[in-house]
Design a protein around this ligand. Structure first.
Ligand code: 5RP
Length: 224
C-alpha cells in the first residue's frame, strides 16, 4: 500500500519537470521513485539537469543517466520527500535519511519547492517523528547537552559501524523530546543559536504544494 502510494505521488511529481529545468533532487525512497519516473520521461524526450542533495541520490541519478550539475545556482524546481507534513501549513520535518543540510540548501534557494509523500506522512502537529538535528562532531556532547536543555532529549543516530556520519562529515542527533512542536519558528531559532548545530530538520520555508499519494493509487495535491 505504501509503495503504491509513494509511486503514485512520485509519478505525479515527475510530471512537473519541464524541458531545460534545473531540478533539485531530494533524498529517500520516494525520491528514488521520482528519479525513476524522471528517467522514464527522459526516454520520452525530456531534457533537464539535476542537483543532487546527497551522494546516494547522485549515485542513483547517474545510474539512470540523469545529468548532474553543482548546487551553485538556484534550481527552477526542487522536489523532495518528507518525514512529516503538517496539514494546512505544509511545514515539514525532514532528515530521516540524514540529508537535511543539503536538502535545505537546495530547497531554500529553489524558485519552487514541492514535497512528495504518502498520506501517512500527514500530521496535525509536527514532532511525533523525532526531529533530526545535524551537528558538527567537535564538542558534540556539549552541543547535545544544550539541545537537551531545550527539551530535545537528543539521541545520537548510530548504524552498525558506529555513529552515522552525514555526507558533510557531521553527526545527527534525533530529538523526540520536542513533541508536539507547537511553535516551530521559535524552536528553529533556539536550535540555530546553538553553535554546534548545522541544521535542524524543521523545514519552514514556503512549499508550493504537497503531492500526496494514497494506498488506492489516488493522488491529492495540497496547497498551503
Ligand atoms: C532525507 C529526507 C527524506 O526526504 C525523508 O526521510 C523521507 O524519506 P522517504 O521517502 O524514504 O520516506 O528528509 O533526509
Amino acid at each position: 500500500m505504501t509503495e503504491l502510494a509513494r509511486r503514485a505521488a512520485a509519478e505525479a511529481a515527475a510530471l512537473l519537470a519541464e524541458d531545460g529545468m534545473r531540478l533539485g533532487l531530494g533524498t529517500g525512497r520516494t525520491m528514488e521513485l521520482v528519479l525513476r519516473a524522471l528517467a522514464g520521461r527522459m526516454r520520452g524526450g525530456l531534457r533537464f539537469t539535476g542537483v543532487a542533495t546527497s551522494e546516494a541520490t547522485a549515485a542513483r541519478a547517474r545510474a539512470l543517466g540523469i545529468a548532474l550539475v553543482a548546487a551553485e545556482r538556484p534550481c527552477d524546481l526542487a522536489i523532495d520527500g518528507a518525514d512529516e507534513i503538517e496539514r494546512g501549513s505544509l511545514r515539514l520535518i525532514k532528515g530521516g535519511g540524514g540529508a537535511l543540510l543539503r536538502e535545505k540548501i537546495v530547497a531554500e534557494a529553489a524558485r519552487r519547492f514541492v514535497v512528495v509523500a504518502e498520506a501517512g506522512k500527514l500530521v496535525d502537529r509536527l514532532g511525533e517523528f523525532a526531529l533530526p538535528v545535524e551537528v558538527v562532531p567537535f564538542g558534540c556532547a556539549v552541543t547535545a547537552a544544550r539541545i537537551a536543555a531545550l527539551g530535545g532529549a537528543p539521541v545520537l543516530r548510530r548504524c552498525e559501524g558506529g555513529p552515522v556520519r552525514t555526507d558533510n562529515g557531521n553527526l545527527i542527533l534525533d530529538c523526540p523530546g520536542f513533541a508536539p512542536i507547537g511553535d516551530p519558528f521559535t524552536l528553529e531559532r533556539r536550535l540555530r543559536a546553538v553553535a554546534g548545530v548545522v541544521a535542524s530538520g524543521l523545514f519552514l520555508l514556503p512549499v508550493e504544494r504537497a503531492i500526496i499519494g494514497h494506498g488506492d493509487g489516488r493522488v491529492e495535491e495540497l496547497l498551503p
